[in-house]
Design a protein around this ligand. Structure first.
Ligand code: SAH
Length: 347
């Protein structure tokens, strides 16, 4: 079945030509789809016969308009953060988080239903990978949140459930679609992809999307600690990851963000901060320290505040720029796959 949301304007043109319609319909339909309509009937500048034809094609499962429904929604009372559990076809549930910042509205989208990377601290990997999301399914999370809030979203981070580089082609397609001027028209520089470190994809990404921001989940300064909490490190170790990040920066001149979630007694010793500073010395980068969101199943705890501050101070004293991530929506369980996990357990 063809999901119309997966198609660029050019591909939609090909589709319309293939069914004997005028190619200019593609632009019109693309604009409607990006405005979030979920029936062909609403497309008022499309002739009635064509609307009916498209509805019939959908009824016989040739195409789909790619609906997304809100299964659950939690709204923070303190900062306007909204967490969505969206439902896609085949009853797939995915999580997205809408956040308000001074510079605009941002959304964190999921790239896969589930994840197979197995990080020890993460809720999204419990239960493994169900399937990849298509480009249109990722796009629908943005459109669904815009439709629900009535607000424009200017920034997208691909940091929800899933490993984007494990679903690489669909991520590239999603970004291409989101960037289309006739669609959401998002600036490449307002999009961020976060990876756990699938090394072979890093230079591909540099070539394909050099203006999109890259974040790398590091979480440890050496192989001993990193392999313990991130199985991906057993395939692509710290040395390979860091040397690839250096190549990335040489090619793109873009600053990488390294994410580092502080886990009590695992990676938060002051000596780890020193090791991290040595590892990243001279790189064009920024370290984002994340207070761990505790997921009860993992048995891991976040570092105490004082430890986080000490870690930050040590990095800074060694010339590494770092910040502690501001926690948004902490009153609504907003982080990291927890809504989806709760939903899975109930069903
Ligand atoms: N798979 C990608 C993107 C999704 S995870 C990646 O690994 O980067 C987005 C970020 O949240 C990653 O840095 C991830 O390591 C982090 N994360 C996962 N579980 C977390 C938790 N319980 N607390 C804090 N950060 C977490």
């Amino acid at each position: 079945m063809l999901n119309l949301r997966d198609l660029t304007v050019k591909e939609l043109e090909e589709y319309f030509v293939s069914i004997g319609e005028k190619p200019f319909r593609a632009k019109q339909v693309f604009e409607w789809l990006n405005r979030g309509v979920d029936s062909f009937d609403e497309m008022s500048n499309i002739p009635k016969e064509l609307r009916e034809r498209l509805s019939d094609a959908e009824a016989s499962d040739d195409i789909t308009i790619g609906r997304i429904n809100i299964l659950r929604k939690q709204e923070s009372r303190t900062d306007g953060t909204i967490k969505y559990l969206f439902q896609l076809r085949e009853s797939i549930a995915v999580e997205s988080v809408f956040m308000k910042y001074k510079y605009g509205n941002s959304i964190c989208v999921s790239s896969q239903a589930g994840c197979r990377m197995g990080c020890a601290f993460c809720a999204s990997t419990i239960g493994g990978l169900t399937r990849n999301l298509s480009a249109g399914e990722i796009l629908m999370q943005v459109i669904g949140a815009e439709r629900d809030t009535g607000e424009k979203i200017s920034h997208v981070v691909i940091m929800g459930t899933g490993e984007p580089f494990d679903n690489y082609d669909n991520i590239v397609k999603f970004i291409t679609l989101a960037h289309e001027p006739k669609g959401l028209g998002l600036s490449m520089r307002n999009i961020t992809v976060s990876t756990c470190g699938l090394v072979p994809k890093i230079m591909e990404f540099a070539r394909d999307l050099p203006q999109v921001n890259l974040a790398v989940s590091l979480h440890a300064p050496n192989d001993e600690v990193r392999s313990r909490i991130m199985p991906v490190n057993r395939t692509y170790n710290v040395a390979r990851l860091i040397s690839e990040c250096k190549r990335y920066t040489e090619a793109t001149h873009r600053r990488i963000t390294f994410e580092y979630a502080l886990i009590a007694g695992v990676n938060d010793a002051p000596s780890r901060a020193d090791e991290l500073a040595d590892l990243l010395k001279g790189m064009l980068c920024h370290v984002n320290l994340i207070p761990l969101n505790e997921v009860s199943e993992t048995g891991l705890a976040g570092s105490p505040k004082a430890q986080v501050q000490e870690f930050l101070a040590r990095l800074e004293s060694r010339g590494i720029t770092a910040t502690v991530r501001r926690e948004l929506g902490s009153d609504i369980d907003a982080a990291c796959g927890q809504l989806r996990l709760a939903h899975k357990k109930e069903n």
